[in-house]
Design a protein around this ligand. Structure first.
Ligand SMILES: [Zn+2]
Length: 64
């Protein structure tokens, strides 16, 4: 089964979490199931609707 549903993230959680690397704000990317830092451009994966805010798990997007 393919699950293309948007992530179901808690808005209250999204307001308090920041990039662990640069403390920048995180933007939701539903298509990639990632949270993309608006500061340094790292993209953090979201697994089972839980953001994985670990720099070791993040993917560099080149955005900044
Ligand atoms: Zn960042």
């Amino acid at each position: 089964m393919v699950n293309n549903a948007a992530m179901n993230l808690d808005p209250a959680l999204l307001e308090i979490i920041v990039c662990p690397d640069c403390r920048g704000a995180l933007a939701v990317d539903d298509a990639a199931s990632e949270l993309v830092c608006t500061g340094c451009g790292l993209a953090y994966p979201v697994r089972d609707d839980i953001p994985v805010l670990l720099v070791d798990e993040a993917r560099a997007t080149g955005r900044s």
